[in-house]
Design a protein around this ligand. Structure first.
Ligand SMILES: [Zn+2]
Length: 440
């Protein structure tokens, strides 16, 4: 291996092999107190103890010393709206009022491609600053919103899943599409972007309340015609929304069943929230291969409800963590983990720090069926990673001094940490110049 083709990064290293769950966690992760991550042409070549691996490297190979940091795979945000960047921190009585009052008017602005591009640039810089390297992203009803987002993500070399939103009722007319425009836009966007660079296309009905039967049927047909595409939507976020879904689709067994009837539950389908599901729904999610996005800051902020971790586990329902900005209140997956922990606490449930970090890395990759490419440091994986700083703030540094075990350290990062703890973000082994991103 020629030295110029590889770079080694030295620090503590953590990545997961499986879900720590509530069982025995030791086999679920690899942790190296003094480790070396060797990256060759943007991919993981080797990972192991620093002493042993350093001796095997060509003498001239660059070694980036990131001690006393912790190297982790980049965070994965399983559900977020780039188009809601400017409505973050807008209060609402519940999600339905919040959509009407802030979100629909803001999303109407994305007809303008220049506006969409400006927001996409800011949004992606913000994700990177917070250590998020992959996300499942909602655009708006406009095709321009998807094009602008994909272009910005391609420019940064990021692995991203996105799509324009499908709606044809219960929203402003300017955000509604016709069957013809949906068919054309899905086909053309999927052809142009799905599988291009590191990008993936998602068929994205907003939720059952804003799509007629005809539009959901069409979305299901398009999903069948594009088996590699993702499906991305919301379900059972708020009780009022569940009641509306029941009234609009009286023949469906449940709100989730609406999507099932139209062929929208499957592998590579991500449903945000999944708060007010019953046991049959959770089983159906698990059987179908669909995954839930647990969005704690959004669920608390909008007063939507509490994600039931134990019920999800009992049904073997796959779930990952997500910010759901702008209903969510932070781009930080560390803050998201902290709120997820508190949501579990409120129900007398447990979410360990190990599991929270799993959910934000390999767990997210598995939910998105991307674990053969990202989410861990197995040989050949794409080298998207971050470095966490144990001394990011005076309080964190002080707490870390008495943290003895890995679990204690991870817990301190997740409860006290935010983007200040993300010392560096690397995409395909290249450090993203965060300082430049921060300039106005
Ligand atoms: Zn959402």
């Amino acid at each position: 291996m020629a030295a110029a083709e590889l770079t080694a990064f030295r620090a503590s290293i953590l990545h997961f092999r499986g879900d720590p769950g509530s069982g025995s966690p030791a086999s679920s992760y690899d942790y190296l107190e003094d480790g070396l991550l060797v990256v060759e042409r943007g991919r993981v070549a080797r990972v192991g103890p620093a002493e042993a691996l350093l001796a095997s490297l060509p003498r001239e190979a660059p070694v980036v010393d990131l001690r006393p940091g912790l190297i982790l795979p980049g965070f994965i945000d399983a559900h977020v709206h780039y188009s809601q960047t400017d409505v973050i921190a807008s209060p609402g009585r519940n999600v339905l009022e919040w959509l009407e009052k802030y979100t629909f008017p803001e999303e109407a602005r994305f007809e303008d491609g220049a506006h969409a591009a400006e927001v996409a640039e800011f949004f992606l810089d913000e994700l990177l600053r917070h250590g998020t390297t992959t996300a499942m992203v909602f655009g708006t009803a406009h095709r321009a919103s998807a094009d602008a987002f994909f272009r910005a993500a391609e420019h940064r070399g990021m692995r991203m899943v996105a799509g324009q939103v499908l709606m044809d009722r219960n929203c402003p007319e300017c955000l509604q599409q016709t069957p013809e425009s949906v068919s054309r836009d899905v086909r053309e966007l999927a052809e142009q972007w799905d599988g291009h660079a590191r990008l993936h296309y998602a068929i994205t009905p907003r939720f059952a309340l804003t799509s007629t039967d005809a539009q959901l049927r069409l979305a299901g047909e398009l999903a069948r015609a594009h088996p590699n595409a993702y499906v991305h939507s919301h379900v059972a976020e708020h009780r009022d929304e569940v009641a509306s879904a029941r009234a609009l689709f009286p023949d469906a067994r449940s709100y989730l069943d609406v999507y099932d009837r139209f062929g929208l539950l499957r592998d590579r389908a991500i449903y945000a929230h999944c708060l007010h599901l019953d046991e049959a729904d959770r089983k159906r999610m698990a059987e179908s291969g669909a995954a839930a996005a647990f969005c704690p800051t959004s669920n608390l902020f909008l007063g939507s409800g509490l994600f039931d971790v134990e019920a999800a586990d009992a049904a073997s329902m796959t779930f990952a963590l997500a910010t759901d900005v702008g209903g969510g209140t932070s781009f930080s997956m560390l803050r998201t983990m902290s709120e997820a922990y508190k949501v579990a606490q409120l129900q007398g449930q447990r979410l360990s720090a190990l599991r929270a970090f799993y959910l934000a890395t390999l767990g997210g990759a598995r939910a998105l069926r991307l674990d053969d490419r990202i989410g861990s440091f197995e040989k050949g994986r794409e080298a998207d990673f971050i470095v966490l700083d144990p001394q990011a703030t005076p309080l964190l540094a002080r707490r870390m001094r008495s943290a003895k075990t890995l679990e204690e350290k991870l817990f301190a990062w997740m409860i006290l940490g935010d983007e200040r703890a993300v010392k560096g973000t690397y995409v395909l082994g290249e450090r993203i110049p965060l300082a430049a991103s921060l300039s106005p």
